[in-house]
Design a protein around this ligand. Structure first.
Ligand code: PMP
Length: 380
């Protein structure tokens, strides 16, 4: 059976990327590898929209989150973490585990935290060293207003760290224009590469702050990566094949252009949301919808796990369930990375049949009709 992977990471891999990863192995201290690395850094800067240094780590996104904390702060430092879902909460947990005094700003999951609350908290506590935010809260499908957080933090000379693990290459993000000091991302979502690499962009202000940070670190130490960056090499053995794949994926993004990538993601997301409404289902968020993942409430009389099971077994369609407090309450359609409108139509059509088989009432054909209409409308 043909498989359709519509989860918010790992995302499907374009054939060009899969093919690139089958190249014969090369040494990571070879001139050939330096050449690839040079191109990868240049293209990553384009995707991050930054002139800042970018470091590449062999880790998942969480490794990147931890690295950003251990290079920036010291035990006893104060930081704000915006926690509107499972990944914002992960920042809170990591910060706490290193002895940082965290002020969590929370909201109901599915809502967005008002940037004004951050400004108020920063004005109340002048000794806060950094604000940690999430571009797309993958667990709720909500996007944060990073532009306004950037302005607030810059005005108060506080560092802004943004988890863009599921947002980079999906959602508009202008690292330099918006004044984001640290941006963390990973390979397996918008960047259409298998899991295993994380990326961190670091502003000059962050390098200065890292000079005084007193958390023990070795593998994550930014300094070692920067020294080797100057030599055109990684400090430790990298997953070479993944870098071959990343190189190809970044070329694809560059060929398309960032504005176009964001625009395509927006169209897919709007079509998905309209389709979901056509199934007579409700979206979790009321606004600030992400362009990469849509969270949908499970109707009360239906078993959510059964929806996902039937979709997978009968139609080869994999969607994601809820996380944390939303487990069993929502399911999510991922539409980031190498996903096309055809994939969304397959997901909606399969969902329609599955929901009907579970007794949900809906108007047949309405989801596809609304999705198509929205897709055309946004494209005009
Ligand atoms: N932050 C966000 C916003 C994410 O979506 C994820 C992964 N779903 C992570 C962090 C953690 O990344 P990883 O699973 O690669 O460690």
């Amino acid at each position: 059976m043909k498989k359709y992977l519509l989860i918010p990471g790992p995302t499907p891999i374009p054939p060009r990327v899969s093919k690139a990863m089958t190249q014969p192995m090369i040494g990571h201290r070879s001139p050939e590898y330096s050449e690839i690395l040079k191109r990868v850094f240049e293209n990553l800067k384009y995707v991050f929209q930054t002139e800042n240094d970018i470091l590449v780590f062999s880790s998942s996104g969480t490794g990147g989150m931890e690295a950003s904390i251990v290079n920036l702060l010291s035990p006893g430092d104060k930081a704000i973490a915006l926690a509107g879902g499972a990944f914002g909460e992960r920042f809170v947990k990591i910060l706490k585990s290193f002895g940082v005094e965290v002020i969590p700003l929370r909201c109901e999951w599915g809502e967005v935290i008002d940037s004004k609350l951050v400004a108020r908290e920063l004005d109340r506590n002048r000794d806060i060293r950094a604000v940690f935010a999430t571009l797309v809260e993958t667990s709720t499908g909500v996007v944060s207003d990073i532009r306004s957080l950037g302005k607030i933090c810059r005005e108060r000379k506080t560092l802004l760290v943004v988890d863009a693990v599921s947002g980079l290459g999906v959602e508009e993000l202008r690292t330099d224009d918006w004044g984001v000091d640290v941006v963390i991302s990973a390979s397996q979502k918008g960047l259409m590469t298998p899991p295993g690499l994380s990326f961190i962009s670091i502003s000059e202000r962050t390098w200065e702050a890292s000079e005084t940070s007193r958390i023990y670190r070795f593998y994550w130490d930014f300094k070692a990566y920067r020294e080797f960056l100057e030599k055109g090499q990684p400090p430790y053995t990298p997953p070479v094949s993944l870098v071959f794949g990343l190189d190809e994926a970044l070329k694809m993004i560059r060929e398309k252009g960032m504005e176009k990538v964001w625009e395509c993601q927006k169209r897919l997301a709007q079509a998905t949301r309209e389709g979901v409404k056509g199934l007579d289902l409700q979206l979790l968020a009321k606004g600030s919808f992400s362009n990469g993942v849509t969270a949908i409430k499970i109707p009360e009389n239906i078993d959510g796990l059964e929806i996902l099971k039937r979709l997978r077994e009968k139609y080869g369609v994999t969607l994601a369930g809820g996380q944390g407090q939303l487990k069993g309450k929502i399911f999510r359609i991922g539409h980031m990375g190498y996903i096309q409108f055809k994939d969304i139509l397959v997901a909606l059509g399969s969902l329609e049949k599955t929901l009907l088989s579970l007794g949900h009432r809906l108007k047949r054909g309405e989801a596809i009709r609304r999705a198509k209409e929205a897709y055309q409308r946004v494209g005009e």
